[in-house]
Design a protein around this ligand. Structure first.
Ligand SMILES: *Cc1c(COP(=O)(O)O)cnc(C)c1O
Length: 332
């Protein structure tokens, strides 16, 4: 069953979406609605006070014909944590999981041939239609999930130029691990400036020299046999791909160092042959090809380890190698 891959990531959606409303202190039965529009009161809390968070995960159709979800429990747990920090009602884990599985079953036929996937976008929004609630949480909410067939947008060999930003932060430090739209809005001025002034694809946020993450992906330095990445703090997003890459690398015999490191250490390592990768659900792993540090472009000489780790992880996702860590949930 061959289907064309949409040209733009996340631009085509399965016709329907599961929706559940939270009201009267309870999650209501799931309803299936057209995914083209969503009726909301214009005063909805999310639209005024940013009570919104989201998730991103993928389902894969494997060579044998099975369709699997990759680590859905991790995304469910992370959205529950985002909700708690934003004072939104926490989705019920079992209902949420069931919505995901049912949606994948309904949309499975729309997954393009490998290497492609079904990208799932759970979204949680506060819906109280009261604009006087600037300083109070929303008592009502909606959880819905979009499904979007996506290709492998990763293009081997295409440039990934990263501006190293040491003055500005991506978002407020206590919000870093919350997967919310507000953090993306907060990073936008620096991301656009990096593009306009340096032709950079992304910004690596390193406040006071502390290497954290980019606007939408985690960052890992690969120095000989060692993967170096910042330990989990509130300041940045705890990526599921980050965790999966560290695990796959540990299995492959790498030393994993979750520790703070500075731009100076990063620069020295890269000038001496180290690799650097970005990790996230959409592209899995993108090897960095150059950094702009203090106005100077520094090429990254090597990308082989990054490619090999990418293959190790996607091989598990597509069923070409053993799922040793129990990451896959068979859906249909
Ligand atoms: C979603 C996201 C990531 C990557 O998380 P994954 O779970 O690996 O997809 C990294 N940084 C930010 C800011 C994100 O929003």
């Amino acid at each position: 069953m061959s289907r064309p891959v949409p040209a733009v990531f996340g631009s085509v959606f399965h016709a329907q979406m599961p929706v559940t409303a939270y009201k009267n202190q309870a999650w209501q039965p799931v309803e299936w609605q057209p995914s083209q529009t969503l009726a909301l009161p214009p005063g909805a809390h999310a639209l005024h006070y940013g009570s919104e968070c989201f998730e991103g995960l993928k389902a894969f159709r494997q060579a044998g014909g099975k369709t699997v979800l990759f680590r859905p429990e991790a995304n469910i747990a992370r959205m529950r944590q985002s909700a708690q920090i934003l004072r939104l009602p926490q989705p019920d884990a079992a209902i949420f999981r069931d919505m995901l599985l049912q949606l994948v079953r309904r949309a499975a036929d729309e997954i393009p041939d490998a290497p492609a996937a079904l990208y799932l976008r759970p979204t949680l929004i506060g819906t109280d239609p009261v604009i006087g609630k600037a300083g109070a949480p929303s008592d009502t909410a909606l959880l819905y999930i979009l499904a979007s067939p996506v290709g492998d947008y990763f293009k081997a060999g295409s440039p990934v130029k990263i501006l190293v930003e040491t003055e500005h932060i991506r978002c407020a430090p206590h919000m870093g691990r919350v997967k919310c739209g507000g953090n993306y809005a907060s990073a936008m001025p620096w991301v656009l400036k990096a593009k306009a002034e340096h032709g950079a694809n992304q910004v690596l946020f390193c406040p006071n020299g502390d290497v954290q993450e980019t606007g939408a992906s985690n960052f890992i330095l690969i120095k000989d046999n060692e993967l170096i990445t910042k330990p989990l703090t509130d300041e940045f997003l705890h990526g599921i791909t980050r965790d999966s890459v560290l695990t796959v690398a540990r299995d492959a015999g790498y030393t994993i160092s979750e520790r703070n490191f500075t731009v100076a250490e990063l620069q020295e390592a890269v000038e001496n042959g180290a690799e650097a990768i970005l990790t996230g659900t959409a592209a899995v792993i993108s090897p960095v090809t150059s950094f702009v540090i203090g106005g100077r472009e520094i090429p990254v000489q090597n990308t082989e380890r990054g490619y090999a780790l990418r293959k190790a992880l996607t091989d598990i996702q597509y069923g070409h190698s053993e799922d040793k860590h129990g990451w896959l949930v068979e859906v249909c």
